[in-house]
Design a protein around this ligand. Structure first.
Ligand SMILES: *Cc1c(COP(=O)(O)O)cnc(C)c1O
Length: 431
C-alpha cells in the first residue's frame, strides 16, 4: 500500500498516503450523485490486503477470518467470502450478517467475553467452526447447551498472554488486568479437566492482544508464550487442532506510521508455532479494511472564533466516532488538492452538539470554503460499523468502488428508516 502519489503532488503536505486507492475515482462526481456524508470503499484495496496476507501464509493450513466488527457491510463480507476468507464474530448479529453474506459456518469463529445463551445456541445451530471461550462460566454454559442439543462444540480457550501491545489503552486486550481471556494457569486447568465437559471438544488455543499494533515485538512475545503453551499441552498429551493468533495488526493513519509487513508478521507465527501442523486462524479486522475506506464530507461553513478557526463539516462523530472516542488521528484531505491556496489551521468539527464532535485540532489545510469536498482518510475500519443516529442524523450511505465502477452498498438512511421500530406509548402493559 505504498504510493508514489504523495511525492508527485505539489500539495503533498495535505495528501494522505492512503488516498491512492481512490485516485482513479472522481470523488466530486460521486459526492454529487450520492450525497454526503458518504463512505467510499475500494474493492481492489481490500483484495490487496487479504491476498497479500494469504500469500504470506502460503504453505500453512491457515484461515484468515475477518473481524466483522471492523466493517460489517454486507458487500464487504461478500468480498471476504469471494476471497476465501472467513469471519470472526462477536455477536449473534454478526453471525447472522456473516451467514447472510454467504460466509460458510466452517469459516466462522465466535469470540467475545459476553456470549449469551441465545447467541451460543444460534452459533451451535449454525455449526460455526469454533467458539473462542473466555471464562469458566462460558465453558460450562457451552457444555450444557451443546449437551441439550446432543452435539459437540469445538472450542478454543482464549488465553490472556499478559503482554502490553503498546497501543491505545482502550484497544489493548492482552494484559492481565483486561477483561479478556483467561490466564495460562487457568487454561492449563481447563485442559486437565476437559473430561468434565464431554460436549465441548477443547482442542484449540486463541489469543488477541489488542488493536492498531504497529510494533511487532509485543506480537512476538505473545506468540512465543502461546507457542510454548501449545508445546506444553502437546507433551502432556492434549491434541491441539487449531491455534488462533487473533487480529490487531495496525495500519497507517498518519505520516510516520506503517502497517507491519505481512511477511514479517507471518514469519513470527511460523517461528513461534514451528512444528504445529493443525489449523492456524488469523482474525485481522482493521488491517484488511481501514486504509481501503474514506469518508467524504462537505464543508458546511468556516467559522472564525475568538481563538480558533473552525471548519464545519456535514459529517460528525455519529458517522465516525474514532476521533472522539480514542483521540484518533485521521488525515483530512481537501479533494481537489491545494490548488494554490494558502495554508490555514482548522479545528475540523461536525454539527453534533458536543465539543467532542471534533475530527482534528489545529490541522493545517489548504484554505477551504463552504461547498468544498473533503475526504477523511483511513475510515474503512471502525467507521460505519460504529456509527449511530445521534442527534437524529440518519446513517450515511456507503459505496464500493471497483475498476471504474461503483455500487451503492448501503443506501442513505431515510428519516422513516431512522424511526423504524419506534412507536408511541399506546400499548401499556402491566410492569
Ligand atoms: C476486535 C477483534 C479482532 C480484530 O481486531 P483488529 O485490530 O481490527 O484486527 C480480532 N479478534 C478479536 C477477538 C477481536 O475482539
Amino acid at each position: 500500500m505504498h504510493t508514489p502519489s504523495a511525492a508527485r503532488d505539489p500539495g503533498r503536505h495535505f495528501f494522505a498516503v492512503n488516498m491512492h486507492a481512490f485516485e482513479v475515482v472522481d470523488l466530486e462526481a460521486l459526492a454529487q450523485r450520492e450525497g454526503t456524508p458518504l463512505y467510499v470503499y475500494s474493492a481492489p484495496a481490500i483484495r490487496g490486503r487479504v491476498q497479500g496476507l494469504q500469500a504470506a501464509l502460503q504453505g500453512l493450513d491457515a484461515l484468515v477470518c475477518f473481524a466483522v466488527k471492523a466493517n460489517s457491510s454486507q458487500a464487504v463480507l461478500q468480498l471476504m467470502d469471494e476471497l476465501g476468507a472467513g469471519a470472526d464474530i462477536v455477536s449473534g448479529g454478526e453471525l447472522w450478517r456473516s451467514l447472510r453474506a454467504g460466509i460458510p459456518p466452517e469459516r466462522i469463529v465466535f469470540s467475545g467475553v459476553g456470549k449469551s445463551a441465545e447467541e451460543i445456541v444460534q452459533a451451535l445451530d449454525a455449526g460455526v467452526a469454533r467458539f473462542n471461550v473466555e471464562s469458566r462460566d462460558e465453558l460450562e454454559l457451552l457444555q450444557r447447551l451443546a449437551a441439550a442439543r446432543g452435539t459437540v462444540a469445538h472450542a478454543a480457550v482464549r488465553i490472556n498472554p499478559d503482554v502490553d501491545a503498546l497501543t491505545h489503552a482502550k484497544i489493548s486486550t492482552g494484559k492481565s488486568e483486561n477483561k479478556f481471556g483467561v490466564s495460562i494457569d487457568e487454561a492449563r486447568a481447563w485442559f486437565a479437566r476437559s473430561d468434565d465437559c464431554p460436549h465441548v471438544r477443547l482442542d484449540g488455543l486463541h489469543m488477541h492482544i489488542g488493536s492498531q499494533i504497529l510494533q511487532l515485538e509485543p506480537m512476538r512475545l505473545a506468540l512465543q508464550r502461546l507457542g510454548a503453551f501449545w508445546r506444553e499441552l502437546a507433551s502432556a498429551g492434549h491434541a491441539i487442532a487449531s491455534i488462533d493468533v487473533g487480529g490487531g495488526l495496525g495500519v497507517r493513519y498518519r505520516e510516520g506510521e506503517q502497517a507491519p509487513d505481512p511477511v514479517e508478521y507471518v514469519a513470527l507465527i511460523r517461528e513461534a508455532l514451528a512444528g504445529f501442523d493443525g489449523r492456524i486462524v488469523l482474525e485481522p479486522g482493521r488491517y484488511l479494511v481501514a486504509e481501503a475506506g474514506i469518508l467524504l464530507a462537505r464543508v458546511l461553513r468556516t467559522k472564525q472564533g475568538e481563538q480558533r478557526r473552525f471548519l464545519v463539516l456535514d459529517a460528525a462523530m455519529n458517522d465516525l466516532l474514532r476521533p472522539s472516542l480514542y483521540d484518533a488521528w485521521h488525515d483530512i484531505v481537501r479533494v481537489g488538492g491545494n490548488d494554490g491556496r494558502e495554508t490555514q489551521a482548522y479545528d475540523v468539527v461536525g454539527p453534533v452538539c458536543e465539543t467532542g464532535d471534533t475530527f482534528a485540532l489545529s490541522r493545517p489545510m489548504p484554505r477551504c470554503e463552504a461547498g468544498d469536498l473533503v475526504a477523511i482518510v483511513g475510515a474503512g475500519a471502525y467507521g460505519a460499523s460504529m456509527a449511530s443516529t445521534y442527534n437524529s442524523r440518519p446513517l450515511a450511505a456507503e459505496v464500493l468502488v471497483d475498476g471504474g465502477r461503483y455500487a451503492v452498498v448501503r443506501r442513505r438512511q431515510s428519516f422513516e428508516d431512522m424511526v423504524a421500530g419506534e412507536q408511541p406509548a399506546g400499548d401499556w402493559r402491566k410492569a
